[in-house]
Design a protein around this ligand. Structure first.
Ligand SMILES: [Fe+2]
Ligand SMILES: [Fe+2]
Length: 169
C-alpha cells in the first residue's frame, strides 16, 4: 500500500515537472560554463563555450516563459543528473595536466551535457505536442536546434584537438 499518493497523475503534470527539472539543468549549466571557459585552452573551444553560455541564458528564459504561461510561476526542481555530470567534468579537469588533454576532457564532458539536453528537450517537445501546447513546442524546438548545433560544433573541435593531443602524448 502506498502511503503517499503519486502526484504525477497525468501527462500534463509530468510535463510541468520535467520542465522544472530542465530549468534546474539550464541553471546549473549557466553556473558551470564560466569555469569551463576559463579552463579551456583552445580559442575556438573557448568561443564555443562562450556562445553557448549566451544561448543557455536564453534556454532558461524560454523555460521560465513556458512555465509562467502554464502555471503562473517558474520554479526549478533540482536536476541530479546535471549535478553529477558537472562533478564528473570537474574531476576530469582536475586530473588532466596537459592543455590539449584537458580540452579533450572538457569537450567529452560538454557533449554528455548536450546529449542529455537533446534527450530531455526531445521528450518535452513531444509531450508539448501531445498536450496541444503549440507555442511551447515551438520554443522547445528552437532550444533543441541550438543544443544540436552546440553538440555538432564540439564534435568538429574535438576532431581537430584529439589528433593534436594524441601527437603530444
Ligand atoms: Fe540548454
Ligand atoms: Fe546546451
Amino acid at each position: 500500500m502506498k502511503l503517499i499518493a503519486p502526484t504525477l497523475d497525468n501527462l500534463r503534470k509530468l510535463y510541468i515537472n520535467q520542465l522544472q527539472m530542465l530549468l534546474s539543468s539550464e541553471q546549473q549549466i549557466i553556473e558551470a560554463l564560466p569555469t569551463m571557459i576559463d579552463k579551456a585552452t583552445d580559442l575556438q573551444l573557448k568561443q564555443a563555450f562562450q556562445a553557448h553560455l549566451q544561448e543557455t541564458n536564453v534556454h532558461a528564459e524560454r523555460l521560465e516563459q513556458i512555465l509562467e504561461e502554464a502555471t503562473g510561476e517558474a520554479n526549478p526542481i533540482q536536476c541530479d543528473v546535471l549535478a553529477a555530470l558537472v562533478e564528473e567534468i570537474e574531476g576530469m579537469v582536475t586530473d588532466t595536466a596537459d592543455d590539449s588533454i584537458r580540452d579533450a576532457a572538457l569537450i567529452a564532458g560538454a557533449q554528455r551535457v548536450e546529449h542529455y539536453e537533446i534527450a530531455v528537450y526531445g521528450a518535452q517537445r513531444h509531450f508539448a505536442e501531445v498536450l496541444g501546447e503549440n507555442a511551447a513546442a515551438e520554443l522547445l524546438t528552437q532550444t533543441l536546434k541550438e543544443e544540436e548545433h552546440a553538440d555538432h560544433l564540439l564534435r568538429e573541435i574535438a576532431g581537430r584537438i584529439d589528433v593534436y593531443a594524441e601527437k603530444e602524448a
